[in-house]
Design a protein around this ligand. Structure first.
Ligand code: F6R
Length: 364
């Protein structure tokens, strides 16, 4: 049931506020985070010397943000691997490692094989999975369900923001148990996380503007997505969404890498989408924007509400409500999902069933 929406993808994008409330329900409180998986495995998790996140596609992008969250709040080193690379590389896995597997479907063959390998070598396996009772959920030692409901559209949307929410809850629960986070910082983050669904509701009101904007870009055959820090994985995710459903070649990069190669591609036929929220690194992203502008590139910028500096440079500006830097991806990804959706619809493509793709990749 598409609930009155023309496609499952659009429904699932609009479902995100409700889904994230479900994901946080019974877990997030103003001054504490309760995750039974953490409470029941406290000693094992707290003694971990390293976390290794394994996932594919969109779930791997969530993993990149998970790394930043866990390193920042818990001070534990984290590696993020494509499950398909990890399993074939003869990786070093220690019995003190905790492997986090992230998967919407819980059936991705490479992710399943990666955790089987890690388990054989004595690591403890923690799952962040949406599909209840799926193969990956059954193979893990413990974990948290994403609880965003079934995702039907092939392009992952609500599962991604659900994964980010779970990773934030996990980082906070661990940090609190380890004593690596200052109490005031903890409370300001839990409070702000609780506000995210309302902020997404507000952001979704930009849908008509983004639809309008999408019309301008259906001609494009290439796109660059750039972001820094917390928003760098969002740039990768925005580019993946565009490739998958609109068949426009898009690349995501950390903004600072632009001058090491991709800038050679920029001309007046190359739209560049910048994720430039008002957080650390903002000024640097703005100067990258100026370099693109000087080369004739067309600029779409996702900025924090009230931004005036980018307004002067960018061709199009999309505003997102302000939030704390570690939570910014939960907001900045939403306009990127909508942009990919509307460009694909404008091109007359089958958004829910893009060519060559399957919802769960059960082959290697
Ligand atoms: C992107 C997408 C894929 C999946 C990937 C992993 O929109 O849907 O990249 O994210 O195949 O799938 P799961 O999370 O089910 O393991």
């Amino acid at each position: 049931d598409r609930g009155g929406f023309p496609h499952f993808m659009l429904k699932e994008i609009f479902d995100q506020p409700r889904c994230l409330r479900d994901c946080m329900s019974g877990r997030l409180f103003d001054d504490k985070v309760i995750l039974s998986a953490v409470r029941n495995n406290r000693a094992r998790l707290l003694s971990a010397t390293r976390f290794i996140i394994v996932a594919c596609g969109t779930s791997w992008h969530a993993g990149l943000i998970g790394k930043q969250l866990i390193e920042h709040y818990c001070k534990i080193p984290v590696e993020v691997d494509y499950a398909s690379e990890f399993r074939y590389r003869d990786p070093v896995i220690l019995p003190t490692d905790v492997v986090i597997a992230i998967s919407q479907s819980g059936e991705t063959a490479d992710t399943l094989a990666a955790i089987k390998l890690a388990k054989e070598r004595g690591a403890f396996i923690f799952g962040i999975v949406n599909a209840v009772g799926s193969s990956i959920a059954r193979e893990t030692d413990t974990g948290i369900y994403i609880h965003v409901g079934p995702e039907i559209g092939v392009a992952s949307t609500k599962a991604f923001t659900g994964q980010l929410t779970c990773l934030t809850l996990l980082a906070l629960a661990l940090a609190n148990a380890k004593g690596t986070v200052d109490h005031d910082e903890f409370v300001s983050l839990t409070k702000e996380l609780g506000q995210i669904p309302d902020k997404i509701d507000k952001l979704l009101k930009e849908n008509d503007c983004i639809k309008q904007l999408a019309r301008t870009y259906t001609y494009a055959t290439n796109f660059l997505y750039l972001g820094r820090g917390w928003n760098y994985p969002v740039a990768l995710e925005g580019a993946l969404k565009l490739k998958e459903i609109s068949y426009i070649h898009a690349e995501g990069y950390p903004a600072a890498e632009m001058k090491h190669g991709p800038i050679a591609l920029v001309d007046n036929m190359m739209p560049v989408l910048f994720v430039a929220t008002h957080h650390e690194g903002y000024e640097k992203v703005v100067s990258n924007m100026q370099e693109v502008k000087a080369r004739g590139g067309r600029i779409i910028a996702v900025v924090t509400e009230g931004d005036t500096e980018v307004q002067k440079i960018a061709d199009e500006v999309i505003n997102v409500p302000s939030t704390l830097a570690p939570l910014a991806p939960l907001l900045t990804v939403i306009p990127l999902q909508l942009l990919a959706y509307h460009i694909a619809v404008e091109k007359g493509l089958d958004v829910d069933q893009p060519r060559n793709l399957a919802k769960s990749v059960t082959v290697e």
